[in-house]
Ligand binder design. Sequence first.
Ligand code: SF4
Length: 232
Amino acid sequence: MREPVIWEIPLPEITLDEVFQAEGANYSQRPPHPRTVKLHQQIIEEAASLVRPTAIWVEVDVKGTGVGELILEDGFKLTSNLLPNVAGTAEKMLLISTTIGSAIEDRLTEYKEAGKMSEAFALDACATAYVAKAGTIAMSRVEEAYHRKGLKTTFPMGPGHSYWKGLEDMQVIFHFLRAERIGLHLNDSNLIVPRKSVAMVMGVGHNLPDFKGKTHCHFCSLQKTCPMSQAV
Ligand code: SF4
């Protein structure tokens, strides 16, 4: 295992539509009320001042596969049926966690305590949109670095989606990442704290199956109803 790498990610831009999408709102039949638009524009501006995207990633050796599992160095395993199919021939797994920090979470708590639920709801959606974009940027940068070396990468996958239900593997990912260096830890339910953070894995190697532009959402039972299926 190599030493984990920490990256500051430039602040991504998020759009009103992306925030509505993160809320699960559907304005295809009638446009949002101007008051709703104004509130969301204000909250997007506020969110931008609170977000600090940071990523940590590390390269781990793949030692083999088992039924529904990928065996990593030091005897650790990742357990999802999708992993051996997608990354069974990978030479390494890249483990990546991205966060937008805790300031936005603190502000959310303030809004909730003040009974400002519309603001809290909009800010939560902004945070979701930001972390999805920051995560995508971080993973793209890692992909590019490996593609430049002539290696292939799989699409990113992560615990907590329907094809990889259990969150116990977050402990394996965090064991290798040592993500406390960017202020991240797991709670008793293996969820990342601060909440607006993501962890994904990606296979890398010379001989990987070609999934022809598919992403992990194509293997997820929620893709028709998930508000984030276009963003993550
Ligand atoms: S549709 Fe995509 S983003 Fe949504 S839960 Fe499934 S894999 Fe995750």
